[in-house]
Design a protein around this ligand. Structure first.
Ligand code: ATP
Ligand code: MG
Length: 562
């Protein structure tokens, strides 16, 4: 993957530049990020956050955080709090501009009264099924509701009684009076308010039993906050005429421009709160912050840095074209970031015991080693070497071709930062499994090969007497299918990867890892980048999540038809 940074410019930048040049909105730029608190934020939201907050930074404007909380039965305060944490973690700040659509419930009610007074809204008694019937289809116009011509006075009275709680759920709705024959279905007298009893709203409690709908709430909330550019995803394009209709028919002195861009879709995962909620509720993952989840909470726990996610959002760009982004693009961003900043450590994932017979029992050599090969500023640490060490089972074979640069019976290999060892004896159990190697080290080889002898292979190792027990969690993609959302009619839950988590419980790390703290990230040499888990840390061992492998192994898996 190239290191070029995409020009930050995109079509929305161009619109805003033109607006500033023409003096529209008095040259101001105000955006908002408007999540519904009905789930945790995912990587798709990161795209919207980086875009909205990024525009505010680029144009010296401001960006509000606004909870779109008009649907209380699916929302709750846990999500409200998690969303704020995630936006902050990603590196953005709304200062004192934290808003809730529910802050505007009274004003929204009064604007609805204004619409009724102007003959632009009416109370309708059709039930949901009848409303569907009357709406018509894409090819046939709808029919007017029999309640459409109610008088203003009657509508005012009924709407007040709706608010007062006199009618049960579904008995009445307030509808805009627009055009039942419009080719745009969104303009066929859309509902503005519905009745919802018995829910306790996380902000307004039981103050309301009527709730405004999104398409009515959103433009007014934007206008009340003085938003200039209301940026949303493409599925709202057909709603834009309604957005404009609402603002054109009430008394309000701000008319933001709605601009749509295409959603982020990421291969091998789903980015829909509804589906992610289901994965959590059905126990397919360990929670919203499961390190396999595409949520910001999951990516954070996995060990992703906010910088890597921001870089990713920059690289995917913003356009109106449908896009499906490869997981490799996201992984390259974290790999590049961690390559520069992550201290190096040695950890053996599948230990094989090695006894260095010419090192005396109790003898310990403290080796001073750099924490990063290119970054002296990251300092050094001491790594102990003693008679019994562990190497990885994959780094030994009894016999192998010359291509195998690691240890073979009778052969030599260099221990990283230490000496060359020779394998003198292979010990096996009754089943013939190799369980131990007897080796000898050459004291003349510390740091350099002896004259006339080249030892090609270098392997990592851990001193047994100083080893820190580790549990290592290796993650793979959550779904086997590239587009689990859209898999020829198959349910995405059938496409979960049964091997998305592999847990290694016998791993060991070098002594210094005992000091690691939750969230610390390291490169385990030759193994990948790992992060100390903040949730699972057990008493007797450290739990590390593999963030990403050292190289892109996906391309290879895909070639093999995986
Ligand atoms: P979901 O389908 O996951 O529930 P949503 O659009 O309903 O997504 P909201 O909480 O309403 O979720 O989204 C807040 C903002 O984030 C909206 O402006 C929305 O357009 C944007 N957003 C949501 N998903 C994506 C995505 N995949 N790519 C880009 N922007 C997104
Ligand atoms: Mg939504």
């Amino acid at each position: 993957m190239s290191h070029q940074t995409e020009a930050p410019s995109n079509f929305i930048h161009k619109i805003i530049e033109a607006d500033i040049a023409s003096g529209k909105h008095g040259g101001r730029v105000a955006t908002r990020f408007p999540p519904e608190p009905n789930g945790y934020l995912h990587i798709g939201h990161a795209k919207s956050i980086c875009l909205n907050f990024g525009l505010a930074v680029d144009f010296n404007g401001r960006c509000n955080l606004r909870f779109d909380d008009t649907n209380p039965h699916k929302e709750n305060i846990e999500y409200v709090e998690a969303i704020q944490q995630d936006v902050r973690w990603l590196g953005f700040d709304w200062d004192d501009r934290l808003y809730y659509a529910s802050d505007y419930f009274e004003q929204l009610y009064l604007y609805a009264v204004e619409l009724i007074n102007k003959g632009r809204a009416y109370v309708c008694d059709l039930d949901a099924e009848q409303v569907r019937d009357y709406r018509g289809t894409l090819t046939e116009p709808g029919r007017n509701s029999p309640y459409r011509e109610r008088s203003v006075a009657e509508n005012l009275e009924l709407f007040a009684r709706m608010r007062a709680g006199e009618f049960p759920d579904g008995a009445k709705v307030l509808r805009a009076k627009i055009d039942m024959a419009s080719p745009n279905m969104n303009l066929r007298d859309p509902a503005l308010y519905r009745i919802r009893h018995g829910v306790i709203h996380h902000q307004t409690g039981e103050a309301w039993c009527i709730y405004p709908l999104y398409d009515y709430t959103h433009p007014i909330s934007d206008a009340l906050e003085g938003i200039t550019h209301s940026i949303c995803t493409l599925e709202f394009e057909d709603h834009r005429p309604l957005y404009d209709w609402v603002l054109d028919h009430i008394t309000i002195d701000c008319h933001p421009q709605q601009i749509e861009f295409s959603r982020l879709n990421l291969e091998h995962t789903v980015v829909s709160k509804r589906k992610l909620t289901q994965l959590v509720d059905d126990g397919h993952v360990e929670g919203w912050d499961d390190p396999r989840m595409p949520t910001l909470a999951g990516l954070r726990r996995r060990g992703y840095t906010p910088a890597a996610i921001r870089t990713f959002c920059e690289r995917i760009g913003v356009s109106r074209a449908d896009s499906l982004v490869e997981m490799a693009l996201l992984e390259n961003c974290i790999r590049e970031d961690l390559n520069d900043i992550a201290p190096r450590r040695m950890a053996v994932l599948k230990p094989l015991k090695v006894v260095i017979e010419n090192l005396a029992e109790g003898q310990v050599e403290e080796l001073e080693v750099p924490n990063h090969p290119q970054q002296p500023a990251l300092g050094t640490r001491r790594v102990p070497l003693s008679r019994v060490i562990y190497i990885d089972q994959d780094d030994f074979r009894e016999e192998a071709s010359k291509k195998f640069k690691r240890l073979v019976a009778g052969g030599e290999v260099r221990l990283r930062f230490a000496y060359v060892i020779r394998c003198d004896q292979v010990i096996k159990d009754a089943q013939g499994n190799v369980i131990e190697l007897r080796c000898s080290y050459d004291p003349a080889t510390l740091g350099a090969d002896p004259a006339g002898r080249k030892v090609k292979g270098v392997i990592h190792w851990v001193s047994a007497a100083h080893a820190v027990p580790l549990e290592v969690r290796l993650y793979d993609r959550l779904f086997t299918h590239k587009t689990p959302d859209n898999a020829g009619g198959r349910d995405y839950r059938e496409l979960l990867n049964p091997e998305s988590l592999r847990t290694l419980t016998q791993a060991v790390g070098e002594r210094s890892l005992a000091q690691a703290r939750a969230g610390d990230r390291f490169q385990f040499e030759r193994e990948g980048y790992f992060c100390l888990d903040g949730v699972l840390a057990a008493k007797d061992r450290q739990v590390f999540n593999r963030i990403v492998t050292l190289r892109d192994s996906w391309a290879k898996i895909e070639e093999q038809g995986g």
